[in-house]
Design a protein around this ligand. Structure first.
Ligand code: NAP
Length: 199
């Protein structure tokens, strides 16, 4: 499961669990993006995002978190991740789960055709998502769509709530909330954003 996870929230966790059950997956490996180069705004350091993802997933035996993307230098290209996973577990039936709006742009990704060959792409959608957007991009046939009501939660909203001092309880795991507060990741001064990587 790919994402920036800035921060990881319950919508991501519900998506992962729903994908695991619906697609009969053995496990879900979370892949925090190291340098999500197509994002316009700055992101929290990769190390902080990785640790929040570990905290959020630790209790589920079917979930794990990979450092593959955060330990790789340069912009994060999904094709490099898929090649790495494919050579590590050549017999595995790989699925790449992420948000539908990210998959909308898949044709602009590096080596998009090879990405689609190496894994089944699973597009998680929020309630009311307009599937015609995927059709218009010509990728509707190539991706599985997963409708996840809990994806009404978004990382953007969670960050804004932190910034305004509003409650985030029941939107993100308690451990993630405490970690983010301890490190001042989303306070109004933006402490923690784009830190080097050391914690
Ligand atoms: P994004 O643009 O931040 O996210 C687009 C939408 O998808 C947002 O609504 C986001 O909600 C949602 N989303 C993201 N990850 C999700 C997940 N795991 N489950 C459910 N919803 C999710 O997308 P991004 O995080 O930068 O990129 C998503 C994935 O695509 C990453 O793995 C990234 O490396 C990959 N990607 C690859 C390339 C490439 O190879 N060239 C280019 C772009 C992206 P939230 O903000 O609430 O998560």
């Amino acid at each position: 499961m790919g994402g920036t996870f800035d921060p990881i929230h319950l919508g991501h966790l519900v998506t992962a669990e729903q994908a695991r059950a619906d697609l009969d997956l053995d496990e879900v490996v979370f892949l925090p993006a190291g340098q999500p180069w197509q994002k316009e705004e700055k992101t929290t350091s990769a190390e902080h995002r990785y640790l929040m993802t570990v905290l959020a997933t630790a209790a589920n035996p079917a979930f794990s978190v990979s450092r593959l993307e955060i330990d790789r230098d340069g912009p994060t290209y999904t094709i490099q991740t898929l090649r790495g996973l494919h050579s590590a577990v050549p017999d595995a039936d790989l699925h790449f789960i992420t948000g539908a709006d990210a998959i909308l742009n898949i044709l602009t990704w590096k080596d998009a055709d090879e990405c689609l060959d190496l894994a089944v792409f699973v597009a998680a959608t929020r309630p009311g998502y307009d599937l015609e957007k995927l059709e218009a991009q010509g990728v509707r046939e190539q991706v599985r769509v997963l409708d996840v009501p809990a994806l009404a939660i978004s990382s953007t909203d969670v960050r804004e709530r932190f910034g305004k001092g509003r409650a985030v309880r029941y939107l993100i795991p308690r451990e993630v909330e405490e970690f983010a507060r301890k490190h001042g990741l989303y306070d109004t001064k933006g402490n923690g954003l784009a830190l080097g990587g050391a914690v």
